[in-house]
Design a protein around this ligand. Sequence first.
Ligand code: GDP
Length: 441
Amino acid sequence: MAFESLSDKLQNIFKGLKKKGKLTEKDVKDALREVKMALLEADVNFKVVKTFVKSVQERATGHEVLESLTPGQQVIKIVNEELIKLMGDSNNELTYNKDGITVFMMVGLQGAGKTTTSAKISGNIKKKGKKPLLVACDIYRPAAIKQLQVVGAQLDVPVFTMGDNHNPVNIAKAGIEYAKNNGNDVVIIDTAGRLHIDENMMGELIEIKESLKPQETLLVVDAMTGQDAVTVAETFNEKIGVDGVILTKLDGDTRGGAAISVRSVTDKPIKFVGMGEKLTDLEPFHPERMASRILGMGDVLTLIEKAQESIDEKQALEMERKLRNAEFTFDDFLEQMQQVKKMGNLSSIIGMIPGMGQQLKDVEIDDNEIYKVEAIILSMTKEERANPNILNPSRKKRIALGCGRSIHDVNKLVKQYDQSKKMMKQFSGMMKGKGKKGMFK
Ligand code: GDP
């Protein structure tokens, strides 16, 4: 889970502070020494850590904090504010060319996630009602062109290619021409990376940039490489100039050093973060929401946005009605799981629920579990799904054989279903008693 280890450490330090009640200057200094260690262990740039701790210390050891009724809370509030400041105050959206085609040029090292992110961004832009075109200029990495075509097709976004025998500058130019002739208003150029920064790559990127004059040059870096990601960002920015950074694989980055340092070191905003391999796993970067996640306070706003994006309101209302009347079937169970799946990977969703990340930190959350349950339900007949009471041992055996799971797994699912139904009945009884209209209102 993103930031998991840093978040755990900070929460423990703050728990100690809150327990103390009254705080002395020494208490705050001791706690901040621990915060400093935690940040360094999270691979945050050491200069950034030094400045951060200094600003918190200056603000947190004043009378108004130490003598307040809740000094522990005040210190946390200051840490939160300083973290937000470090990561850039507010969200930076993509900007568009007002008259004519907008070109976004994607740059970064090989394996950082450039191709995947180009596609994710095109999907995002398409949802806003624009007509993106992906242009395949990565002529060096084997299969990069094919990969872009595959992901483009999944999103129903057109992909312009000329194979790997042409100069990338010419491909990019022809791509823009194609966009003009085909009504595409945003062009996303997937350029070639290299395993390491080298002069050839930079030369090629400078040439493409000078000839296309993109609206934005977006640098894709892998969060899991920690400080290396920050160094890469510094170098790209110096050599070719970037407008924004996209931090990928934050879902697997338990430390978080790059996310916290990039802005401060390069003075360029993080615009998006990649939270998984799926094409929907891209989130706009909001410093205040990220700080809240780091401090274990969840991120309810992103959760709501995700739900709004992926859950059909009509279906949600119908589900609510069924749940209230305790009449939901295995088909409903399946539908609900599919809706949740659309929201992204389970561990990142759980991390957004305030307090849940810490509570579930030792629980192994396996996204595959959802697929297993899905397979069992799909192996049932329509009649069985609608009326689970008919599930006798021989039917269960057939279902288990059909989906390659054990009878024990089938029994476990039926039991879970029965329990949820029972709970729903009790719950709806309580709600009716109180005269409440709906459970989500
Ligand atoms: P490129 O060489 O920079 O074009 O990299 P790719 O787009 O091919 O990505 C390299 C690998 O990283 C692929 O396996 C992607 O699925 C994976 N990847 C990209 N973004 C993310 C992300 O945000 N989270 C995770 N977990 N994997 C990602």
